[in-house]
Design a protein around this ligand. Structure first.
Ligand code: HEC
Ligand code: HEC
Ligand code: HEC
Ligand code: HEC
Ligand code: HEC
Ligand code: HEC
Length: 399
């Protein structure tokens, strides 16, 4: 058993190294590597969004062939798993780029199907090698599911699976303010969550004490079910137990109006993730602000307009939508200073800064460009605040 575990860890480390090397190493240059591919991969790695958009737009006629040739090259025998997944991932990014900036057509659908199939089959093949790594990634694919396994060794000792924390399920009953930041810092792995603290009534135990929710002293497997069959329903909104949600909502003083669901179904975006604002617009749910009945919510009602420094459409940030659920102190001052001068950039966001603190993690993904870039260029209304950004200080050349 011991040796097995050691072997498993070594393999994991090796895989991580392989992935890292493939990211750091220059992309495998073969004779077939076209200028388009080199440029695309370069932009992709350096997160040069606007250069990428330009490249895609001017490559319409060759792009589908380019994707196929990249996918084929990725499957060459001499290429290792890390490099292969990297190339397939780039092919998949090309498919997305084509979808957004050129459009969906029959040929694209065929190409996409091929790329998706290759990725799926590669993952299947490598599954044995890196079952650990991939399993947990997969468990988190549905936005708002977190695997908690910092104390994995101790859980294994008791024959328990890691915890799957369905962040999204909790959002149905509770506004963000309930948990952030009184109970949890809004950052993964920062809270040092442990069974001991939970049972003592902290962290999850603020609610999972047999009063507000099932107790952590008995229903072990209701939380410790990461990767198990029972957890499957947490990855699929079609399997939501609406009666239980309504029952819990009623008990808490929240609302879950099943009868208002369009055709009885959860509204989802085009990626299959829950569309929370549609749920709100249709008056389906009404989470509670706080566990404290005397709590006075603070909301800021204004709109902030971001003139995007590129050809993409502009962005409108709604302070009200955000602050009605989220505490001011969750965003200010750590994520944004209380001003219009933050240096908000796509690259920083995709690394988890600014809007990326939530979007792509618990809120709709970055792939959904147009949900943020929704404003026709330069159509700012009078009453809307204008984001200024970091003012560049012009350097004066001196002799
Ligand atoms: C019932 C409690 C609860 C509610 C309600 C809740 N969260 Fe969380 N949130 C958590 C926990 C637990 C974590 C993980 C903390 C850890 O791993 O240490 C977390 C983590 C996060 C993270 C960090 C993600 C990352 O990858 O680092 C963000 C962002 C976040 N929550 C945003 C929100 C937003 C926005 C809302 C409301 C729409 C919300 N949360 C509602 C409990 C909650
Ligand atoms: C603010 C209160 C609150 C906090 C904090 C909280 N929960 Fe919950 N949780 C609930 C309620 C209420 C339910 C619904 C219980 C029921 O179905 O009877 C629930 C349900 C669950 C479920 C079952 C979901 C399902 O559909 O089967 C899991 C798993 C869970 N919580 C895990 C956690 C973990 C892990 C933490 C800490 C990281 C946590 N919860 C923190 C209130 C909370
Ligand atoms: C409300 C959800 C919940 C329930 C129910 C629950 N746990 Fe946990 N448990 C957690 C979380 C969250 C962690 C921390 C996970 C991590 O390591 O990141 C944890 C960690 C653990 C650990 C690792 C050591 C430690 O102190 O963190 C053990 C052992 C454990 N739980 C045992 C149990 C047992 C036994 C039961 C049933 C009597 C149980 N748990 C019920 C949420 C729960
Ligand atoms: C989801 C994150 C978020 C939340 C929650 C939030 N803000 Fe902001 N806030 C922003 C962003 C983004 C800006 C604009 C940053 C920029 O343009 O550089 C901003 C700007 C501001 C500004 C300067 C512009 C203005 O509106 O006058 C103030 C003041 C401010 N916020 C106060 C608050 C207060 C008070 C709350 C709570 C009621 C709050 N914010 C909640 C993200 C947030
Ligand atoms: C602290 C977390 C957090 C931060 C930071 C954040 N958002 Fe959001 N945002 C949310 C949540 C939660 C929603 C509700 C929808 C969801 O969860 O998918 C939302 C919704 C939105 C919507 C949809 C509004 C609508 O009416 O359809 C837009 C657009 C948006 N955010 C843009 C931004 C932009 C731009 C930034 C950065 C300037 C930003 N958000 C920063 C949490 C956040
Ligand atoms: C959560 C909201 C959000 C999403 C989703 C989003 N963006 Fe942005 N984007 C912004 C904000 C805010 C800015 C900053 C605007 C400014 O002041 O330049 C921005 C700026 C940009 C810029 C200008 C240059 C730069 O790097 O700042 C480009 C290009 C861009 N986005 C492309 C995209 C593309 C392509 C996607 C989809 C893959 C996307 N964005 C998705 C919010 C978003």
């Amino acid at each position: 058993m011991k040796t097995f575990r050691v072997l498993g860890t070594t393999r994991l480390i090796m895989l991580a190294m392989a992935l890292l090397c493939s990211l750091l190493a220059p992309p495998l240059v073969t004779a077939a590597e076209s200028e388009f591919r080199q440029q695309f991969i370069y932009n992709y790695k350096t997160l040069s969004f606007s250069a990428q958009v330009d490249l895609i737009k001017k490559s319409e006629t060759i792009m589908l062939d380019e994707i196929i040739s990249l996918a084929n090259d990725a499957m060459a025998k001499e290429i290792g798993f890390g490099q292969r997944m990297y190339m397939l991932d780039a092919a998949s990014a090309m498919v997305s780029g084509y979808t957004y900036y050129i459009g969906i057509d029959r040929k694209l659908k065929k190409v996409k199907k091929r790329v998706d199939k290759l990725i799926a089959s590669e993952l299947r093949k490598e599954k044995e090698k890196n079952a650990e790594l991939m399993k947990w990634k997969k468990e988190e694919r549905f936005i708002g599911n977190f695997i908690m396994n910092a104390n994995m060794a101790k859980m294994e000792k008791e024959g328990l699976a890691p915890v799957i924390y369905p962040h999204w399920v909790h959002r149905i009953w509770f506004e963000c303010k309930v948990c952030h930041s009184d109970i949890f810092i809004m950052k993964r792995w920062r809270n040092e969550i442990s069974q001991e603290k939970i049972v003592a009534g902290e962290q999850c135990g603020v609610c999972h004490n047999g009063k507000i929710a099932f107790s952590a002293e008995e229903k072990c497997e209701r939380c410790h079910m990461g990767g198990l069959e029972e957890a499957k329903r947490l990855h699929d909104v079609d399997h939501v137990d609406h009666d239980n949600i309504a029952k819990v909502a009623k008990m808490l003083g929240a609302e879950w109006n099943v009868d208002k669901l369009p055709e009885g179904k959860m509204p989802v975006d085009r990626f299959g993730f829950i569309d929370w604002l549609e749920l709100k617009r249709l008056d389906i749910f009404k989470p509670i602000h706080s566990l404290d009945k005397n709590y006075q919510p603070e909301v800021r009602e204004n709109l902030i307009y971001f003139k995007a420094k590129s050809k993409v459409k502009d962005v409108l940030f709604d302070h009200e939508v955000h602050s009605s659920w989220i505490e001011c102190s969750s965003c200010h001052p750590e994520i944004f200073s209380e001003s219009l001068k933050n240096n908000v950039k796509m690259v920083a966001m995709s690394k988890g800064k600014f809007c990326g603190h939530c979007h792509g993690k618990v809120s709709f993904t970055f792939a959904d460009c147009l949900r943020c870039h929704s404003q026709e260029k330069d159509t700012r209304q009078e009453e809307v605040l204008l984001h200024v950004g970091k003012k560049r200080v012009k350097r004066v050349k001196r002799k």
